[in-house]
Design a binder for this molecule. Structure first.
Ligand SMILES: [Zn+2]
Length: 339
């Protein structure tokens, strides 16, 4: 993958990250250390990259899924989780000047493999890591609980209760995973319950390049109470969906590198962020899976600038929208946002 130089002006911008998966954001040195400790044969960079990283547009899904699972599998103690939570925050601040950070994770995804960890202990460990980062750096961090659409409504209902019972930790609820084969409709009641309970709502919708998939954006807004949409770049296929995003003031959490690597857009230069922004949609710029996709928020800004032609002022506009639509309370953000 190309090494990209970051404009000093982009480096200097304080930033907001709204869409980052904690389990897939590990610092590479830490991921390699964990893997070696657990007996993976990944001392050589090439072997490490083959086992864990995604650096070119994906071929078939199973090999990519395998990399997600490898990463998840090494997160097998609460100590690992606390360290990773702290380091992800630290990297965001030190590397990309992120002041407002929302991290999301799927408790069911982690605990599927690590059945010896209690859910409360997992959540406590992640919160300890996050609180330590907030005490160390001028940043605020919030957590989002992810439901996996590949699992049953009954299974996911437990995690809605979990999120509602940890309101001091979770700000919002999300729905993620295979959008092509699993429709959002069965999960509508769960999202309505979460919203009624005071959680913010964001939904992965309109991500893969599949004709008609933008209907999931409409479902998320009209039936699930979505305050924001994860990705949503396929809104570009339907003017009615674009209108709906504008009328309901719903921003998109866009992730250029991830969208390119997963084939959601044909190349970085084909990413529709500028077109959607010009049409009047509130767009934001995020990393999605910075660890395994070898990116960071500065690089996402730089790529949006270099490949899609967003000006520095337009990049700042994306940050303003992200700040305004963060689930973290405005007064907490104000305390760390530079004048
Ligand atoms: Zn995502």
């Amino acid at each position: 993958m190309e090494v990209i130089a970051i404009d000093p002006a982009i480096q200097a911008m304080p930033k907001v990250e709204l869409h980052c998966h904690l389990e897939l954001a590990l610092r590479q040195a830490t991921l390699k250390e964990f893997a070696l400790e657990r007996g993976y044969d990944v001392a050589e960079d090439k072997k490490f990259s083959d086992a864990f990283l995604i650096t070119s547009p994906m071929g078939e899904l199973p090999s990519v899924l395998h990399k997600f699972l490898n990463t998840r599998d090494v997160l097998d103690t609460v100590e690992c989780l606390e360290r990773v939570a702290f380091e992800v925050c630290e990297d965001m601040y030190l590397h990309s000047n992120v002041r407002v950070l929302e991290l999301r994770y799927a408790p069911s995804f982690l605990l599927d493999k690590h059945t010896h960890i209690a859910a409360d202990a997992m959540q406590d460990a992640i919160q300890r890591g996050v609180r330590r980062a907030e005490a160390t750096y001028p940043m605020v961090v919030g957590l989002i609980c992810i439901l996996q659409r590949i699992k049953s409504v009954a299974d996911n209902a437990k995690w809605v209760d979990f999120a509602l019972n940890h309101r001091n930790g979770f700000l919002a609820l999300d729905l993620a995973d295979n959008e092509v084969d699993f429709d959002p409709e069965p999960f509508i009641p769960l999202f309505r319950r979460a919203k009624a309970g005071g959680l913010g709502i964001t939904v992965h919708a309109g991500e893969p390049k599949v004709p008609g998939i933008s209907k999931n954006i409409a479902t998320a807004i009209e039936s699930m109470g979505a305050d924001r949409i994860g990705h949503g770049l396929q809104a570009i296929e339907d003017p009615k969906v674009i209108d709906l995003l504008i009328q309901t003031d719903t921003p998109l959490e866009m992730c250029p590198t991830s969208n390119w690597l997963t084939g959601a857009c044909a190349g970085l230069a084909k990413h529709p962020i500028k077109e959607l922004m010009t049409a009047g949609v509130k767009t934001t710029i995020n990393t999605d899976d910075p660890g395994i996709m070898v990116t960071h928020l500065n690089q996402e800004f730089q790529r949006a600038h270099a490949h899609t032609g967003l000006s520095h002022d337009q990049l700042r506009q994306c940050t303003d929208w992200a700040r305004q639509h963060s689930f973290i309370p405005a007064e907490r953000i104000a305390a760390v946002w530079p004048d």
